[in-house]
Design a protein around this ligand. Structure first.
Ligand code: LUZ
Ligand code: MOS
Length: 750
């Protein structure tokens, strides 16, 4: 099946925020932001700016009718700064003008005077200064202190992982159109329409029912619009509320790059202990998360780091502590993987270093410690669904790990200035929001009297194909063609109190809700049909391929006629349904429970070639066995796997965020921030489906796909790292991502 959006995308027919036809007289907003990373504001002078021809008004925190607060998890973030600013890019004033360029010109004429304060950009320095978002959090099982005695190999080390720019193709933006009676309609590029609605209501001191949020689709998000789309949408709402006119705001790429938060950089310490059989007996880790200036989603991201501290391994004694460090950077935020990749990178580094010290392949240690169905994760959940060993074994069976390793060894033996490196990367990712209450969704299904179907859910289409999956799930439930089904925009008046489309769970939660709603209508239809056909036992009826069957034999009654008859017989052809993930809970006092509906597993084999004169590298192949469950749509799932992999490779190899000591983003354009292109993608990607995997929590027995494949990219780091090691066994190269060509070159000759 081809994702039906794709055809419109490639013809340029799909609408994004900037394409939506707006009313005449729409005004434009631009936001004046701080150019200092930490300072007291001593003066804001708007006089020159407001005189500009075409400037309608300029608003500051004093003009906010409600509460000047946009914090979600922690109430620590103003929409417009009042007397103090904490990062470069923090909003201070909102300009409303007749055109976008006038609004931007006005920004240049606003005079702000600062009393500069000390700037901290490093998370460990923030920790030493006790500058924290919240108290440190520890997850623990067994007793690491006792366990070190049982270990014959104990390795300690430090690991750095960098941030990552989301680089959604569509930058942040929104339009608000005032409605009658003081109501507002916000059209936003957000993963979380309810967050926009709730925050706008709070800022404007309005009840939520006066604010409608509508989302057609997003031009990418990757977590960058889970929390941080809200601000820009609320700015348009504030502007529209205060001027009474429609207001539009679209961030330029360069503004988006420096004003918005990114994946959290982490600096971490670990200690790992193995016994003589290479079993990991104990693991201890401390993560310093660079949260930026306010909490945003950092506390939840921090927790997911702890959940994924042990990746796909069973370790009996674990102590993991995570510290959210408050720095003067833009608030870092959700990014595909949500802290999980950072946690996994640390344990993979620990295993790699232990293997180097023992002079064995890391794969020997990895394989011996894979989590099995009889084990529990260290936060208490039973690993009943574990597919770590089956996916490793299948990868070994079809790709032959030993043969691939030998090819690399032979190549390295025969070549002096090119070296290859090989790695195995198992993944395990928990599916569900770790905040249990968020695991809910609803759907509204209408069958119109002509037999066409309209479906609304809380899911946001952002290129990941969730609409196509829901369409297939509904079509499958009714047994009709997908052509009959339209997936509507995501709208808070049709679907209320929605969770963000995030945590890889959009298709699961909303697909299940849509199936439930469809089943309600199907049951009414079958009941009606049995009456109409005078069959007193409705269990004899089925609807297959748009035809009513009685005792498996076709009748004359087809979908279109059935629907019209049902309508004229006053059968309810609409249903609203609710789905909440069953069986999940988590005790936040003991940090134990069953937080995830299930886990997604897989194994990636990676080979890279390093040019040992230049420090450049190419990725020869990534061969994956992935646990898709029973895939709803293999093309979409393979697309997500390839996209996630390459995005992960970007994070670990090329994408290097640089901030100055003054907190200024230096890698502030696409000439200084390098994202993967066709040359840096693997020359060959193979993806195999793990068979015999059906998931009782997923729609049509599928598994979530959004985030897990990103973590295959971690294998690329180690493939390159191992190649450097084979050129220079004494290399001082560090476990520091991204492993850029500069670092590789230094590592080859250090
Ligand atoms: N968002 C969130 C997420 O609020 N909670 C989560 O657990 C999560 N996990 C992954 C991505 N986004
Ligand atoms: Mo989230 S990182 O938006 O799933």
């Amino acid at each position: 099946m081809i994702n039906s959006d794709v055809k419109n995308h490639i013809q340029g027919k799909s609408l994004f925020i900037d394409d939506i036809i707006i009313p005449e007289g729409t005004l434009y907003a631009s936001v004046c932001v701080s150019q200092k990373a930490h300072a007291k504001i001593t003066k804001i002078d708007l006089a020159e700016a407001i005189k500009l021809d075409g400037v309608i008004n300029i608003f500051t925190s004093a003009d906010i009718p409600g509460e000047n607060q946009v914090g979600g998890i922690i109430q620590d973030e103003t929409l417009l700064a009042k007397d103090e600013i904490h990062f470069i890019g923090e909003p201070i004033a909102l300009v409303i003008a007749e055109s976008d360029s006038i609004a931007k010109n006005a920004i240049g004429k606003i005079l702000i005077e600062y009393d500069e304060q000390e700037v901290i950009v490093d998370p460990r320095e923030a920790f030493e200064n006790n500058s924290l978002i919240m108290p440190p959090k520890t997850f623990e099982s067994g007793n690491v202190n006792d366990a070190w005695k049982e270990c014959i190999t104990i390795v300690e080390g430090k690991v750095e992982s960098g941030g990552q720019e989301h680089l959604y193709l569509e930058t942040q933006g929104a339009v608000t159109i005032p409605q009658e009676g003081g109501n507002l309609k916000i059209i936003s590029s957000t993963q979380s329409p309810t967050a926009v609605q709730r925050t706008a209501a709070r800022i404007l001191n309005l009840p939520m029912n006066k604010i409608e949020v509508d989302v057609l689709r997003l031009g990418g998000a990757f977590g960058g619009k889970e929390d941080q789309a809200t601000h820009w949408a609320v700015f348009t709402a504030l502007g529209a509320y205060l001027t009474g006119k429609p207001v539009k705001l679209i961030l330029s790429r360069s503004d988006d790059l420096y004003m918005t938060g990114k994946r959290h950089p982490y600096s971490s310490d670990y200690k790992i202990g193995l016994n003589k059989d290479l079993k990991i007996i104990a693991y201890e880790a401390t993560y310093y998360q660079n949260a930026g200036a306010v909490a945003d989603l950092s506390p939840a991201i921090l927790e997911r780091t702890l959940f994924h501290a042990t990746n796909a391994y069973f370790i009996p004694n674990v102590k993991a502590t995570a510290i959210s460090c408050k720095t003067n950077l833009p608030p870092n935020t959700a990014f595909r993987g949500f802290g999980g990749p950072q946690g996994k990178f640390v344990i993979e580094s620990a295993i790699n270093k232990a293997a180097n010290i023992l002079d064995i392949n890391a794969a020997e240690i990895q394989k011996k410690n894979l989590i099995d169905a009889g084990n529990s994760f260290y936060y208490g959940q039973k690993a009943n669904d574990a597919k770590a060993i089956p996916s490793w074994n299948k990868a070994d069976e079809i790709y032959e790990i030993k043969k691939l390793q030998e090819e690399v060894n032979l190549f390295n033996y025969e070549n002096k200035f090119y070296k290859k490196g090989f790695s195995v990367m198992p993944i395990c990712f928990g599916i569900s929001f770790t905040n249990t209450f968020l695991n809910q969704a609803s759907a509204l299904v209408h069958i119109y009297s002509d037999g066409s179907v309209g479906v609304s859910t809380a899911a946001i289409e952002m290129g990941q194909g969730v609409n196509e999956k829901i369409k297939i799930a509904v079509a499958n439930t009714f047994s009709i063609n997908t052509d009959r089904i339209k997936i509507e925009s995501t709208n808070t008046t049709r679907i209320a109190n929605s969770s963000a489309t995030a945590a890889s769970s959009g298709a699961d939660l909303n697909g299940n809700a849509a199936i439930k709603a469809s089943k309600n209508i199907l049951n009414r239809l079958l009941k009606f049909a049995s009456k109409h056909l005078e069959i007193n036992d409705e269990t004899k009826l089925k609807l297959i391929d748009g035809i009513v069957l009685v005792n498996d034999r076709k009748t004359e009654l087809i979908w279109k006629d059935l629907i019209y008859l049902a309508y004229t017989n006053r059968i309810n052809l609409s249903s609203h349904e609710f789905y909440a993930t069953p069986e999940i809970y988590f005790d936040k006092t003991t940090n134990k429970g069953n937080p995830f509906a299930y886990h997604v597993y897989g194994t990636a084999l990676t080979c890279a070639t390093v040019d040992c004169i230049r420090g450049t590298y190419e990725i020869d192949y990534v061969k994956i066995v992935h646990d898709f469950g029973k895939s709803i749509d293999q093309k979409i799932d393979i697309g997500q796997t390839e996209g996630g992999l390459v995005q992960g490779i970007g994070w670990l190899t090329l994408e290097e965020l640089k901030y100055s000591d003054e907190g200024k983003l230096l890698s502030n354009s696409l000439s200084t921030y390098k994202i993967p292109d066709i040359y840096s993608a693997p020359k060959n990607i193979e993806i195999e489906f793990l068979s015999d995997s059906e998931n009782r929590f997923g729609p049509l027995k599928s598994k979530a796909i959004g985030e897990p494949p990103l973590m295959y990219g971690i294998g690329t780091f180690f493939a390159i790292f191992n190649a450097v090691k084979s050129f220079n066994p004494e290399t001082k190269i560090e476990y520091s991502a991204p492993i850029t060509p500069e670092k590789v070159l230094m590592g080859l000759y250090s």
